[in-house]
Unconditional design. Sequence first.
Length: 415
Amino acid sequence: MPQVPIIMPQLGESIAEATIVDIKVKPGDEVAADQEIIDVETNKAVMGVTTPCKGKIDKITAQLKETYPIGSVLGYIEASEADASRFKKVAPPPSQTEVAEEIPARADQEVHESKPHFAVDGEGYKTFAPSSGSSITGGLHVPVITKGATFMSPRVRARMAELQLTNADLAGIMGTGAGNRVTIKDLENFLHKIDNQTAEDASAIRTGVADAMRRSWTRPLSTVGSSVNLEPVLQDRQSRDPKPGPGLYAVRALALALAENPKAAAKLIGNRIVESNSIDIGIAVEAEDGIMVPVIRSADKTSLADLTSKYQELVDLGRKRRISPDMQAGGIATVSNFGTFGVEWGTPIPLPDQTLLLGLGAGKKVPSWDESKNQFVPKTEAQITLSFDHRSIDGGGAARLLKGVIELLEAPKEL
């Protein structure tokens, strides 16, 4: 009887492979169409592989605890001629694509003719056959063409190293070489265009910020947000001398909230969750051509009055660009009061060595319903966000931490 393959299905948009955790049938078993016969586990859940049609299990080629890519043949079903004809596929003839060498007479940069790696099994079914040296078997559907500065030859990379360029700097180049490879000509044309534009050398602080943000962006970052009533803060600060700004209230609130739950700012390093022994909170300070983030040590044990004095000192040092690296090291979280620029909402990026960044937007008068007066009354409200490393803390934990910060800001006497 003709055979129909049992294929590892597409289990989700971002899932490329799955592990066999249970095989529910054996050769000779009669099965119905769409019957779950194999359980597979992905990084998200356990899912079932179903039969493509009714028939009898001929053989199961998949092995328990083994991982297979999407499209792999896991076994075969003996089926009717009609069902088999619906699933039979024939491999297309190899395409003949003419490609040009990037640099003639350079053996290390030759680009050979690209051919699809497909094979046809004994029953005439098309399966993916990996190139020589690959340990993966079965079918994995991946894009054939990648746009942009993805494939670069050794000569291009050497030129980049000479000019201290990164992949991000070349992200806007569309490669003209084979397989969208960025050629040395593409790179030189790009550099020539820059030479004809107004440009100046970046300052050390600007390049430092750029490097930190590139490293931060290698992590899965997320943001939660809400609104906070600033009226209690604005009223409380009138009774204090010196008068702390809303951003310092946010620093103090975040420090106290983290003192109650220090795990929220813990770092994931390898397979270990590492907590800090001190609640050290950074404050984003605008400096010339960049941002500096000095750290307030033991912010949970520092009064608002002391925070205000220390902050003013740091601002003065920041404007003079005199904040040393030691003063910026070791923080577990940072507060950015971007509301000082009139911005109501933002998703600031945590520093590479930190898990959290609290952002406070500009205060704005909004109508608020007062139950006691049975009417709308004006209040000053601001948007507040918490950006976090999703590896270390989940959305629920981030939301609870943000809620705790808001509750403290709306009861400033506790700060």
